[in-house]
Design a protein around this ligand. Structure first.
Ligand SMILES: [Zn+2]
Ligand SMILES: [Zn+2]
Length: 202
C-alpha cells in the first residue's frame, strides 16, 4: 500500500496522519517536513557544544574502515530518533543522528551501499562490515539531506543531541533521564509532548 507523501499534506492533515503507527509494518519516513524550519539560527545549541569542540569539519566511517566520510560546517540538528525504521535499520533500541545538507557530506573512500528503504529515501551502510551509516532523502526546505548515525563519527562527543524525535514510537521500556524535549514525530513539527522522561525515575 502506498503511503501518503507527507510533504503533500497540510500540517493539519499531517498531524492527523502522523500518529497512525502500524507496528506490523515498518513505516519509513519519506520526507522530513518538520526540519525545514529548524536550522542553526533556530536551534538553541548548548554553549558547551560551540566552546568545547570544533564541529566545522568532522570525520567518521564504518567499523572496518572501508567507508569514510567528512562533514563540513555545523549540522542543522542532532537528535535521538525512536522511530521504528531507524531502530530496525540499526538493530538498536534508539539511534542518534546528526543531520547535514547533502552537500556538506563527502564520502572519501569506498562507496557506501544504499538501501532504498522507501521512495526517495536511502539508508546507507558498509557493504563489507554492515555498519549502518546514514538516512538520506528529502529534507523539505533544506533540499537533500544526509543524516549520519552519530556513533560512526570519530569524535561523537562533539555532537550533542538537543531533542528526541518520534517519542510516539519509543520502545516502552526504554527512556533516559535527560531534560530534552520529546516530540511525537519530527523535531519541531509540533510543540514537544513534554520535557524529560515519561516517568520520574527518582
Ligand atoms: Zn565497513
Ligand atoms: Zn528515525
Amino acid at each position: 500500500m502506498l503511503r501518503p507523501q507527507l510533504a503533500e499534506l497540510t500540517s493539519a492533515e499531517r498531524s492527523t496522519a502522523m500518529p497512525v503507527v502500524d507496528v506490523t509494518e515498518p513505516i519509513e519516513r519519506t520526507t522530513r517536513p518538520g526540519i525545514g524550519h529548524v536550522g542553526p539560527s533556530v536551534v538553541n545549541w548548548p554553549a558547551e557544544v560551540n566552546d568545547a569542540a570544533d564541529t566545522t569539519k568532522m570525520t567518521g566511517g564504518c567499523m572496518c574502515g572501508s567507508v569514510r566520510y567528512e562533514t563540513a560546517g555545523e549540522p542543522f540538528l542532532v537528535s535521538h530518533c525512536h522511530c521504528q525504521s531507524c531502530r530496525k535499520h540499526n538493530g538498536a533500541a534508539v539511534v542518534t543522528l546528526a543531520g547535514f545538507k547533502a552537500d556538506q557530506v563527502t564520502f572519501t573512500s569506498n562507496e557506501r551501499k544504499l538501501y532504498n528503504s522507501s521512495p526517495n529515501v536511502s539508508r546507507a551502510f558498509c557493504g563489507d562490515c554492515g555498519t549502518p551509516l546514514t538516512w538520506e532523502g528529502d529534507g523539505g526546505d533544506l533540499g537533500l539531506i544526509c543524516e549520519i548515525h552519530i556513533s560512526t563519527f570519530d569524535n561523537p562527543d562533539a555532537l550533542v543531541p538537543t531533542a528526541h524525535a518520534f517519542d510516539s514510537e519509543r520502545i516502552s521500556w526504554f527512556d533516559v533521564a535527560d531534560r530534552l524535549p520529546r516530540y511525537e514525530g519530527f523535531v519541531d513539527d509540533n510543540p514537544p509532548l513534554r520535557h524529560g522522561p515519561e516517568q520520574r525515575l527518582d
